[in-house]
Design a protein around this ligand. Structure first.
Ligand code: PA5
Length: 353
């Protein structure tokens, strides 16, 4: 059915495919937005720490930023996915408060605490309470387009953080032209009009049907990718999925793959996030791990990053994963957009005492 565009339209009622097709454009527009935003005084002097406060689709950009900064600079980066800030947050900590809707209560609480502690704050939101409060408090807020599921707005939620830091000379600028090109090439290979036999994302979705994906990245390189793919399988495909990283998983998870325990390993599907030119020690670990899996009859799949720089590498493999989770929803006859349990939970939390 993945090659039948009418069927795709019938299932993908809320047109997630349009947002996916537009992802390279979102990244371009997000860069432009950040280019036009006046650099606030909060960023004029480099701080020791950055904390990105956000949840779900609004947090993953923070993880990408953390990975990029891990390789570049002497700033410590933390992700905060809870109501309160870590004790170390103070005047020398830049807070990015990121919420697509602007109404996520954990992020709003962290924002409030950051104000109390005198932390410099930069907000990113499409509106809601976060935008309202930041305007009232005179806190910089980059407003991004509304009307998307938060997870489809990754370009807008992530690129502005990176670009404002570059413009404020906190880190060397990335090559965005390479990024845009890599994403456009990928879009042209993975979009619904490309038939399954030539479309890696459709093929992967078919292989994954009925299985639980375990996505394995590499710490400090592709952990954000593995985490993002897990959440996309949860929200788009409506299935359970788990993620881990090399080398850590070699120190525990592989024991579960030994075949001794009484579970059916065939229910699981490992996905390796691979990088051309990955460290030799990591390459060897992956190879040995794959041979252990073969012993219990499991093959798994490899998703290769694209591009030269770490930025396109991360976003290209995320983009590939987004398409796979989208197609996996369709094969199951599921509209990838609605996330009823999340909406229900948020409604309940706002009502119950
Ligand atoms: O994908 C989703 O809808 C969620 O993961 C949201 O991103 C999460 O609940 C936080 O909401 P928001 O991004 O509006 O702050």
């Amino acid at each position: 059915m993945l090659d039948d565009l009418e069927k795709i339209e019938a299932i993908d009622k809320e047109r997630m495919r349009d947002f996916l097709l537009e992802f390279p454009l979102h990244c371009k527009r997000a860069r432009r937005l950040a280019e036009e935003y006046p650099i606030p005084k909060e960023l004029s002097k480099k701080k020791e720490k950055i904390i990105i406060c956000g949840l779900g689709g609004s947090a993953i950009g923070g993880e990408i930023l953390k990975t990029l900064l891990h390789h570049q600079e002497d700033v410590a980066v933390f992700i905060n996915r809870n109501y309160s800030l870590p004790e170390l947050a103070g005047r020398n900590t830049l807070i990015f408060a990121v919420s697509y809707s602007g109404n996520t209560e954990e992020t709003l609480a962290a924002y409030k605490e950051a104000r109390k502690r005198g932390c410099p704050i930069f907000c990113i939101s499409s509106g809601g309470e976060l935008r309202r409060r930041s305007e009232e408090d005179g806190v910089p807020c980059l407003v991004i387009p509304s009307g998307m599921p938060p997870r489809c707005a990754l370009g807008y939620l992530f690129i502005p953080m990176l670009r404002v830091l570059e413009r404020a000379n906190w880190l060397r600028p990335y090559d965005y032209e390479e990024l845009f090109q890599v994403l456009i090439d990928l879009r042209d290979r993975l979009s619904p009009s490309v038939p399954t036999r030539e479309n890696l994302a459709k093929e992967a979705a078919i292989d994954l049907y009925g299985k639980i994906p375990l996505i394995w990245g590499v710490e400090g390189r592709t952990d954000a990718v593995a985490h993002r793919l897990k959440t996309q399988f949860n929200e788009n495909s409506k299935i359970l999925a788990f993620w881990d990283v090399f080398p850590e998983l070699n120190h525990n998870e592989i024991v579960g793959w030994g075949g001794e325990g009484e579970i059916d390993l065939k229910n699981f599907y490992p996905i390796f996030i691979r990088e051309k030119g990955e460290e030799e020690k990591i390459r060897k670990r992956i190879k040995v791990t794959q041979s252990l899996l073969e012993k219990v009859g499991i093959k798994g799949k490899e998703i290769w990053t694209e591009g030269r720089d770490l930025l396109p590498k991360i976003l290209s493999s995320i983009y590939t994963g987004d398409w796979i989770s989208f197609y996996l929803a369709l094969i199951q006859g599921i509209d990838p957009t609605p996330v009823e349990p999340i909406d229900l939970l948020k409604r309940k939390l706002s009502q119950d005492p």
